[in-house]
Every structure is written in C-alpha cells, then in structure tokens.
Design a protein. Sequence first.
Length: 222
Amino acid sequence: MKKTFSTIAALCVAGCVWMSCSETKSTQENEAASQTTTPTHQPVEPAVTADTKFTSFPAFFTHHFVQKEKSVVLPTLKQLIHSDHGVYLSYKPGMSANIQHLKSAKELLEWAPRLSASLEGLDCKIAEGELPEFDFVTGEFAENGCFYSTQKARVFSEKYASLREEAMLEPTAEEIKQAQKMDALITENVVITEARIGMQFANIEEKWYLIGVDVSSFDMTL
C-alpha cells in the first residue's frame, strides 16, 4: 500500500510539473503571437488641404507645381488665386505685350489657354537667388531651372509702363493704382525656364497666393 501511495504521489507531482510547463509554454506562445499580430503604427503624414500653411516657399511651390499632370493645373490655380486680389496676366497677343487683371483661374486659362500644358510635368528643384538673365538674341537663359527671388520689384507697374511706351496705350489712374497695390503684395518672384514663364506670389495671412503670371517676357514670337 505504501508503494501504491508513493507511486500515485509521484504521478501527481509529474502531472503538476507537466501542467506547469504546458501553461508556461502556452503563455509564451500567446505572447509571441500577440507580438506578431499586433500591427506597428507608423507616423502618418498629415494630408495637404487648401488650408495647409506651408513653412517655406520651396515646399509650397514643389507641392503645387512640380511634376503635376495637366488635369490638376486648373484645380491648383483655383485654390491659389485670392478672391479679393485676383491675378495679373502678362501675355503677347501680337508684336507688343499686354497685361490684364483677372479675377479667377477660369479667366486666366481663357486668356492663356496654353498655360496648363506649360505647367504640366515641371521637373525642377526651386532655388532662391538672382533670377537668370534672358538673351533675346539667342532665346536662351543664362541658367536653366526654377528660381525665385524675394527682392522687391515693381513688376506690374513696369508692365503698364512698357505698354505705354511700346503700344502707345495709356493705363487709367485706377489701373495704375491697382498695379501699385499688387506690387506691394509680391513676396516671391519666380522664373521657370523650362516653361518660359514668370510668376509672382504673395504671402497673405500666412498662405501663399498666385498674383501674377508672365508668359510674355520670354516669348520670342514676332
């Protein structure tokens, strides 16, 4: 009888040890499974919306204009033209350049129908510095790329002055006043050599807006 009890006790101890080991193994397997199946949360980049405030002009310009398809140009322009200030377009309908003050992206593309194609697929890294000179004899820029300057310039007023000299068209007092007001808003003056386009931007309430498009200054058409 002692032998029987001893045997039973031994079996119980062995069983407890096996159960303890099984529980430990099961716990370890569950922990491993938990670590395997629990997804790792990566930081998500915030979505860029119409109200996004970019911290630098290059970041703003790159997001809106670099390597964009033609189909997104109009939505981009709609977003970037200030409803109160509008946008100037300098274009060349004939021998002399002309300038128009427009209120919407729709008007802009009606007056400059090739603008969407010109801005399509731009592939350049915008750099701050002196804007490259344009040679009217060769039709080439001193340097190619996308450039911007923060130096103050009377861009729109000078366009009206050129219009007076070259086309003998006298701007009204209201047009001169509007041009001076818009000149004062310019914070960045851009030249895109690939597209042969100049652009003027204004930072209003910590957001950039497009207030000028120049497709005439580098136009060699006679």
